[in-house]
Design a protein around this ligand. Structure first.
Ligand code: PLP
Length: 786
C-alpha cells in the first residue's frame, strides 16, 4: 500500500503541478496525497452505490454541512493514518503540517451544519444507506480576525487550490427553473468513508451554473459585460453561505438558494426512482425517505408534488398523499426569530407554480381540520399560508410523517409548549432524537493520545464504532495510576494548545492553569456576556484581595458573530477589552488570563476540545435546543459548567450531577417568573453586578465611540435583560467557586473528568443515526459486500 500510494502521489504531482515530491509545497503534497487516496476508494464507492440502490434509501437535505478538513479523518476511517504518517516521514515530511495545509470546508454556520457532517460520518460507519444533499457554496463561512478588538470579516475562498475530495459529475446535471431564468445544477460528489468498513456513502453538493456560460452574440457585438451577466446571475445562487445562525433573513437570494437545492435534489431522487422502478410512484415511500434539516429545505415538499403533477401527470391529491409518506422534519430551535416565513410575493416572483401548490396544500389541510371539528379561530393558528406569508414549519409538520426535536428537553418543550396544538393534532408524528457527535473526528482523530490509552485499557479499538463501550472504563475509576496517566494526557493536549495559541494569537498560556473554555457561535442566548461579566468581577475581586485563594485559570473563548448582529459584535469587543485589561495587569500575577481565539472553526475546535478542563454551556434555560459542543467536551473528559438546558440535562443524567457544575434558573422557574422579572433589582441590590455592569458605561473600557458598550448596558438594564444574565449571575459565581474548590483536589478532579468520558457513549451520532434509521426512515444497515 505504502509504495503504491507513493507512486500514485508522484504521478499526481507530475500531472497537476509538474513537480517532484522534493520540490512540492505542503499544499501540493496534500492535494496529490488526497487524489492518490481517492484512486484507492473509487471501486468501493461505486459498489456501495450499487448495493444501496437495491433497497430503501434515506436522503438528508441540508442547506449546511460544516465538514472541516477531510484528509486526517479519511486516513483514520481507512485505517491508513499510521502507514501514511510513516510514508511521509520517510520523505522527510511531517503529516501534521500536511493536514494543516488543508482548508476547512466551512459550508455551515455552527451546530446545525456540524450535525449534518457528523451524521454523514456516522451513516457511513454504521453502513446506513443515507445520502446527503447540499449546496456547494464557492464561499463558505467568512473568516474572522480582530482589529483593535473589533471583529472583522473576510471572504472564505476555500476552493482556491481546488478540492481533491470531490468529483464533478457533469452527466448527472439537472436543470432548475425559476420564473425569470433557468440554470444548471451540477453535482459534486464527495465520498464519505465508513470507518473500518467497505461502505462509502455520498455527499452530493450542487453548484449553480448558467446553461451557457457565455453569450457569444453579445460578446461578438462588443458587449462584454452583457456577455458574462447571465453567468454571474447563475453563479450568484451558489456563491456564498448566508452567515446567520438561528436567524431568519427574508432575502430573495436565500430563497433562490433553497429552491435550487431542493429542486435539484428531488429531481435527482425521482430520476433514480424512475430508472430503477419505472414511472410508478405509489411505492415512492417504500424506497425513499427524505429528512428535512430544519425548515431551510421545506420547499422540497411542494417541489415533489409539482414534479409528480406537472411532469408525471398524477392527480394533486394522490401526489400529496405520496409526499406525506416521504418527508420527515427536524426542528432545531424554538427561537421565534429563526422560524422561517416567506413573503408570498417573493415566492410568486420566483416560482409561481410553487405558490399555487402551497395554497392547495393549505386548502386540503383546512378541510382536514374542519372535518376533525376544529373551530375557525383554532384553524387560523395552523394555517400554512396566513397574512401574506408562507410558514415553513407549518408546511413541514402538516405534510411530514414525522417531526423531531434534538434533545429530550427540547422535544418536551415542543410537545408541551411551542407546538402543543400540533402535538394534540398529530401526537403520533412527534419523536425525540437526541443529537450526537462522531467519535471518529471528536476523539479518535483529534485526541490520538487519549484514543490510544482507551484502546490500551479496553484491549481493542472496537469502541470507536461502539462508543457505549467507554462505560467499561468506569471500573478503573479508583486506580490512581490510570487516572494519573489520563490527566497527563490532558496536560499534553493543553501544552499543544498553548503552543498553537502562542503561535497564532501571540498569547502565552500556562498549561497548568484551569482551561475554562466557551466555544460556539456568538449569540445573546448563549450568554458569552455573562461569562465575561463574571470574569471581570473575578478580576475586580483579585484586585481587592491579593490573597484570594483560587487556582490559576485561563478563560478561553472562540466565536464568530453574524456580521450584521451589532450586539453580538459588541460582546466580542467587550470581551477583548476585558482580556486586554486583565492580561496586561502585572498586579494580579497572571492568576487569571483571558484569550479570545480568532476564527473559531472545525479545525480549531479539534485543538480546543481535547485541551479543556471545563466545558462552558451557559445558555438561558429553554433556549439551546441541544448543543453538540457540550458532547465533544464530555467525550474528551471535561465536566460541564452549565444550565439545565438542551442536552446538558442528559449529559448530567449520564455522568452524575456531582460530576458537573450546574447553576441557574430552570425552564420551570423561568416559566413561573414570566413577566415578573426586574433586572434593575438585581443591579441595584448586588454590588458585584452593579460594578461590572457599570463598567460598560463609566469609562473603564473604550469602545472607540461606537456606542456598542452602552447598547450592552441598555440590553441589561433598560430593555429588561431578556436572557436573564443578572438573574443567574450569583448562581454562576457560586458554581465557579465549586469549580475552584474541586480543582484544588487533584484526585477528585481527575475522577470527575474521567467519569464524564466514561459516560459519553450515548452521545455518539452512531446511536442517533441508528435511531433515525429505525424509528423514522425505516431503512436497514446494508453492508457493501461487492
Ligand atoms: C460543535 C461545533 C459547533 C456547535 O457548538 P455548540 O456549542 O453546540 O453551539 C459550532 N461550531 C463548530 C466549529 C463546532 O465544531
Amino acid at each position: 500500500m505504502k509504495n503504491e500510494l507513493k507512486v500514485s502521489m508522484e504521478r499526481q504531482l507530475k500531472i497537476k503541478y509538474g513537480v517532484s515530491i522534493e520540490e512540492a509545497s505542503k499544499g501540493e503534497i496534500f492535494s496529490s496525497l488526497s487524489s492518490a487516496l481517492m484512486e484507492t476508494i473509487i471501486d468501493n464507492w461505486n459498489n456501495t452505490n450499487k448495493i444501496y440502490s437495491k433497497g430503501k434509501q434515506a436522503y438528508y437535505l441540508s442547506a449546511e454541512y460544516l465538514m472541516g478538513r477531510a484528509l486526517g479523518n479519511n486516513l483514520i476511517n481507512l485505517g491508513l493514518y499510521e502507514e501514511v504518517s510513516d510514508l511521509l516521514k520517510e520523505l522527510n515530511i511531517d503529516i501534521n503540517e500536511i493536514e494543516e495545509a488543508e482548508e476547512d470546508a466551512a459550508l455551515g454556520n455552527g451546530g446545525l451544519g456540524r450535525l449534518a457532517a457528523c451524521f454523514m460520518d456516522s451513516a457511513a460507519a454504521m453502513e446506513v444507506p443515507l445520502r446527503g444533499y447540499g449546496i456547494r457554496y464557492s464561499n463558505g463561512l467568512f473568516k474572522q480576525y480582530f482589529k483593535d478588538g473589533f471583529q472583522e470579516e473576510c471572504a472564505d475562498n476555500w476552493l482556491t487550490y481546488g478540492d481533491p475530495w470531490s468529483i464533478r459529475r457533469e452527466r448527472e446535471t439537472v436543470k432548475v427553473k425559476f420564473k425569470d431564468m433557468e440554470v444548471k445544477a451540477v453535482p459534486y460528489d464527495t465520498p464519505i468513508i465508513g470507518y473500518d468498513s467497505k461502505n462509502i456513502n455520498t455527499l452530493r453538493l450542487w453548484k449553480c451554473e448558467a446553461l451557457e456560460s457565455f453569450d457569444f452574440h453579445a460578446f461578438n457585438s462588443g458587449k462584454y459585460a452583457k456577455a458574462v451577466e447571465l453567468k454571474n446571475k447563475a453563479d450568484d445562487i451558489s456563491r456564498v453561505l448566508y452567515p446567520n445562525d438561528d436567524m431568519r433573513q427574508g432575502k430573495l437570494l436565500r430563497l433562490k438558494q433553497q429552491y435550487f437545492l431542493v429542486s435539484a435534489s428531488v429531481q435527482d431522487i425521482i430520476r433514480s426512482h424512475v430508472k430503477l422502478h419505472g414511472e410508478n410512484f405509489e411505492n415512492l415511500s417504500e424506497y425513499h425517505a427524505i429528512q428535512l434539516n430544519d425548515t431551510h429545505p421545506v420547499l422540497a415538499i411542494p417541489e415533489l408534488i409539482r414534479i409528480l403533477v406537472d411532469d408525471y401527470k398524477l392527480k394533486f391529491d394522490n401526489a400529496l398523499k405520496i409526499a406525506k409518506g416521504v418527508f420527515a422534519y427536524t426542528n432545531h430551535t424554538i427561537l421565534a426569530e429563526a422560524l422561517e416565513k416567506w413573503d408570498n410575493k417573493l415566492i410568486v416572483a420566483l416560482f409561481p407554480r410553487i405558490m399555487q401548490i402551497i395554497k392547495m396544500i393549505d386548502t386540503r389541510f383546512i378541510n382536514e381540520l374542519k372535518r376533525k371539528g376544529y373551530s375557525k379561530e383554532e384553524i387560523e393558528e395552523f394555517r400554512i399560508v396566513k397574512d401574506g406569508v408562507s410558514r415553513m414549519a407549518n408546511l413541514a409538520i402538516a405534510v411530514g410523517f414525522a417531526v423531531n426535536g434534538v434533545a429530550k428537553l427540547h422535544t418536551d418543550i415542543l410537545k408541551d409548549i411551542e407546538l402543543n396544538n400540533w402535538y394534540k393534532l398529530y401526537p403520533e408524528k412527534f419523536q425525540n432524537k437526541t443529537n450526537g457527535i462522531t467519535p471518529r473526528r471528536w476523539l479518535r482523530l483529534c485526541n490520538r493520545e487519549l484514543s490510544h490509552f482507551i484502546t490500551e485499557l479496553l484491549g481493542d479499538e472496537s469502541w470507536v464504532k461502539d462508543l457505549s463501550k467507554l462505560k467499561e472504563l468506569e471500573k478503573f475509576i479508583n486506580e490512581e495510576e490510570i487516572l494519573k496517566k489520563f490527566m497527563m494526557i490532558k496536560h499534553t493536549k493543553k501544552e499543544q494548545l498553548a503552543k498553537y495559541i502562542k503561535e497564532t494569537e501571540g498569547v502565552e498560556l500556562d498549561p497548568s492553569s484551569i482551561f475554562d473554555i466557551q466555544i460556539k457561535r456568538l449569540h445573546e442566548y448563549k450568554r458569552q456576556l455573562l461569562n465575561t461579566l463574571y470574569v471581570l468581577d473575578l478580576y475586580f475581586r483579585l484586585k481587592e484581595d491579593k490573597n484570594l485563594d483560587i487556582p490559576k485559570t485561563t478563560f478561553i473563548y472562540g466565536a464568530k458573530a453574524f456580521p450584521g448582529y451589532r450586539r453580538a459584535k459588541a460582546i466580542v469587543k467587550f470581551t477583548n477589552e476585558v482580556a486586554k485589561l486583565i492580561n496586561n495587569d502585572k498586579e494580579i500575577d497572571g492568576k487569571i488570563k483571558v484569550v479570545f481565539v480568532e476564527n473559531y472553526r472545525v479545525s480549531y475546535a479539534e485543538k480546543l476540545f481535547p485541551a479543556a478542563d471545563l466545558s462552558k454551556q451557559i445558555s438561558t434555560a429553554g433556549k439551546e435546543a441541544s448543543g453538540t459542543g457540550n458532547m465533544k467536551f464530555m467525550l474528551n473528559g471535561a465536566p460541564t459548567f452549565g444550565t439545565m438546558d438542551g442536552a446538558n440535562v442528559e449529559i448530567v443524567r449520564e455522568s452524575g450531577e456531582e460530576n458537573n457544575f450546574i447553576f441557574g434558573l430552570t425552564v420551570e422557574e423561568i416559566e413561573e417568573m414570566r413577566g415578573n422579572y426586574n433586572s434593575k433589582e438585581y443591579y441595584e441590590n448586588n454590588a458585584s453586578i452593579k460594578r461590572v455592569v457599570d463598567s460598560l458605561i463609566d469609562g473603564t473600557f473604550d469602545d472607540g465611540n461606537t456606542g456598542l458598550f452602552e447598547d450592552l448596558y441598555n440590553s441589561l438594564i433598560e430593555e429588561g435583560d431578556g436572557y436573564l444574565l443578572l438573574a443567574d449571575f450569583e448562581s454562576f459565581k457560586k458554581a465557579e467557586d465549586r469549580v475552584f474548590e474541586a480543582y484544588k483536589d487533584e484526585k477528585r478532579w481527575a475522577k470527575m473528568a474521567f467519569k464524564n468520558m466514561c459516560n459519553a457513549g450515548m452521545f455518539s451520532s452512531d446511536r442517533t443515526i441508528l435511531e433515525y434509521s429505525k424509528e423514522i426512515w425505516n431503512i436497514k444497515q446494508t453492508k457493501n459486500t461487492l
